[in-house]
Design a protein around this ligand. Structure first.
Ligand code: FMN
Length: 311
């Protein structure tokens, strides 16, 4: 039997497969075995109620999708009252994704969640606009990342994961700032800002004009960022972006990810994450690997072989 367990940012997970925030919710329990997941990651919540962006909020791409949902939220009170109790019925750890318009707002919500039984960890979605920096995302700069993570670290001893944005371009200095400020892990990462145009109407396809690209189209970019972050950091990296099969997940794991998150693929095939766990087992068995943890960062970075060479 292959050991699929991994250690990630203060938690031991039974396997490295977990959902990406915003693409997973309670209703999926009818289609997916939650107890087979390494962790359960919620949609990003905010303290206050938020309505989200104008419709349409999603559109399809040739090799992925775009969304500009805008983090609609029923607020933390309702979430704590209704959603957290639901997840207590499962044995996979619950990671609550949070967001706020100010660094202090992140810290207040992190502090509040730390007192709630059933919350195993916090994932800070720092891709949201920072009202104290003219609406630029916290995750675009090392300094604003450091400030927001420092404030959260002061108020919570829960495992604290920081989800980075690829839109920053140079992501490694931002990942290092998160690590220095006390993050237990980074998630690499959120969607990539794009613009899709309906040429018949000469208008943007999304109500918010621009939106975040996800799915297979962004995978090589996210594998590259995962590799660069894993090379530079001491804390674990969680890979995310375009993962739909165990082979995709293994690319991230070889690049240095200790675990991975699956988003867009779940919309196409809701059972994807459960299927991937079985495929990971089969891959490890075929390769004679007794523990998947030994594959983390095991990329052989010598030059690729010429076409036609046998593996
Ligand atoms: C419809 C949709 C909603 C999302 N909502 C959130 C969210 O609330 N919080 C967050 O951190 N990321 C959110 N994301 C980003 C995903 O968690 C993930 O980082 C991104 O989609 C890349 O992974 P994928 O290619 O597997 O989808 C959302 C993505 C999609 C497609």
């Amino acid at each position: 039997m292959v050991d699929l367990s991994v250690k990630v940012g203060g938690l031991r997970l039974k396997n490295p497969i977990m959902p990406a925030s915003g693409t997973f919710a309670e209703e999926l329990t009818h289609l997916l075995d939650f107890n087979q997941l390494g962790a359960l990651v919620t949609k990003t919540i905010t303290s206050e109620k938020r309505t989200g962006n104008p419709m349409p909020r999603v559109c399809e791409l040739a090799d992925g999708m775009m969304n500009a949902i805008g983090i609609p939220s029923k607020g933390a009170d309702l979430f704590i009252e209704n959603v957290i109790p639901f997840y207590k019925g499962f044995d996979s750890p619950l990671i609550v994704s949070i967001s706020a318009p100010t660094a202090q707002g992140f810290a207040d919500l992190a502090a509040r969640l730390s007192d709630i039984p059933g919350v195993a960890g916090i994932e800070a979605n720092i891709s949201c606009p920072n009202l104290e920096a003219h609406g630029q995302s916290f995750g675009m700069q090392a300094q604003s990342t450091r400030s927001v993570v420092t404030l959260m670290r002061e108020v919570t001893s829960l495992p604290l994961w920081v989800k980075l944005t690829p839109n920053a371009g140079e992501v490694v200095p931002i990942a290092l700032a998160a690590q220095d400020a006390g993050a237990d892990a980074v998630v690499v990462g959120n969607t990539l800002l794009g613009l899709s145009i309906d040429i018949e109407r000469a208008r943007a396809r999304l109500g918010n004009f621009m939106g975040g690209m996800s799915g297979a189209a962004i995978r090589p970019l996210m594998v590259r960022l995962t590799y660069q972050c894993a090379q530079a950091l001491e804390i674990p990296v969680i890979g995310c972006g375009g993962i739909a099969t165990a082979d995709d997940a293994l690319e991230f794991i070889y690049a240095g990810a200790s675990a991975v998150q699956v988003g867009t693929a779940t919309f196409l095939h809701p059972k994807t994450m459960n299927t991937m766990v079985g495929e990971l087992q089969a891959f490890c068995q075929r390769k004679g690997v007794s523990s998947i943890a030994t594959l983390i960062g095991a990329l052989d970075d010598s030059p690729a072989e010429p076409f036609g060479a046998q593996p």
